[in-house]
Write a protein that binds this ligand. Sequence first.
Ligand SMILES: O=C(O)c1cc(=O)[nH]c(=O)n1[C@@H]1O[C@H](COP(=O)(O)O)[C@@H](O)[C@H]1O
Length: 281
Amino acid sequence: MTALEPFGARLRRAMDERGPLSVGIDPHASLLAEWGLNDDVAGLERFSRTVVEAVAGRVAVLKPQSAFFERFGARGLAVLEKAVEEARAAGALVVMDAKRGDIGSTMAAYAEAFLHQGAPLFSDALTVSPYLGYGSLKPAVDLARESGAGLFVLALTSNPEGGEVQHAVRPGDRTVGATMLAHLAAENAGQEPLGSFGAVVGATLGDLSSYDLDMGGPLLAPGIGAQGATPADLPRVFGKAVHNVVPNVSRGVLRHGPDIVALRDAAERFAEEIRAAVAAG
Ligand SMILES: O=C(O)c1cc(=O)[nH]c(=O)n1[C@@H]1O[C@H](COP(=O)(O)O)[C@@H](O)[C@H]1O
C-alpha cells in the first residue's frame, strides 16, 4: 500500500484551510440521555452519525474517544469504524483517542490496529501513552512513518493529577513531560511544514513558559469548554507555539445536540474564538 502524505503536512493544510479546531466524539451516557437517545448501540450510532454529519465537512480534526464505543463491545467498535470512515470521507482528519501504551512487542499490535492502512480502524493519528518509556512507542513511530499517519504522545495532560508524573524531575535532568517533548522534537527534526509526531498538552495548564513547546509537531490541546479552559487562554499557555495548536472541544460542542444546526453553530463559535485568539497571540 502506498504511504499517505505525512500526517503533519496533511494536518497543516487542514488547519490552514479549515481552522485548527478538533471536535471530540465522546458519547457519554449522560449526553445520550440529554439527546433523548437510549444508552445502547442504536443510541451510540445515532449520536456519532449526527456529530459526523454536523461537523466533519468543516473542522480539521474529529477525535473519537474509543472508550465510549468499546463500552458496547464488538457492535460499538463497528459504529466507531463507520464514524472513522465517514469522517475521513467528509475531509476531516481522524485522531483516534485510544491512549494506547505497552511494552514494545505489544505496542506493535496496537500500532497495527490503528496505524496500518487497511486496518478496520485505521486513523490519521493515534493518541499514545509514553509512560512505559518513550522507547516503548517505537513500533508505533515506525508504522506511522511508513503509513503517513501520526501520533499524539501524552506529555502534559489536562487533568490535575497529571503533574505527579509529568512534572516529576528526573535526577540531574529535566521533567518527565519535558523529556517527552524533547523526544518528539527529535522525531520531527527536518519535517516541513509540520512534523507528524505531536504532543498532548492541556489547555488548562496555565503558564508553560518553562517548557519548550516548539517541538516541530502539532500540540493537541484538550480542556476547552467542560474542563474550564477558554480559547482566550491559548496564547498565554502556548506562547509562540500557538500556531501549531489543535484545540479540542468535546462536551462544550456536544451538549448542543442533537440538533445538527445547533451543533454546527457551537463548533463555529469555538472555531471563531480560537481564530481570533490565535491571531492576537
Ligand atoms: O488525549 C486526549 O484527547 C486528552 C488528553 C488530556 O490530557 N485530557 C483530555 O481531556 N483528553 C481527552 O479530550 C477530551 C476532552 O473532553 P471535554 O472535556 O468534554 O472537552 C476527552 O476525550 C479526553 O479523554
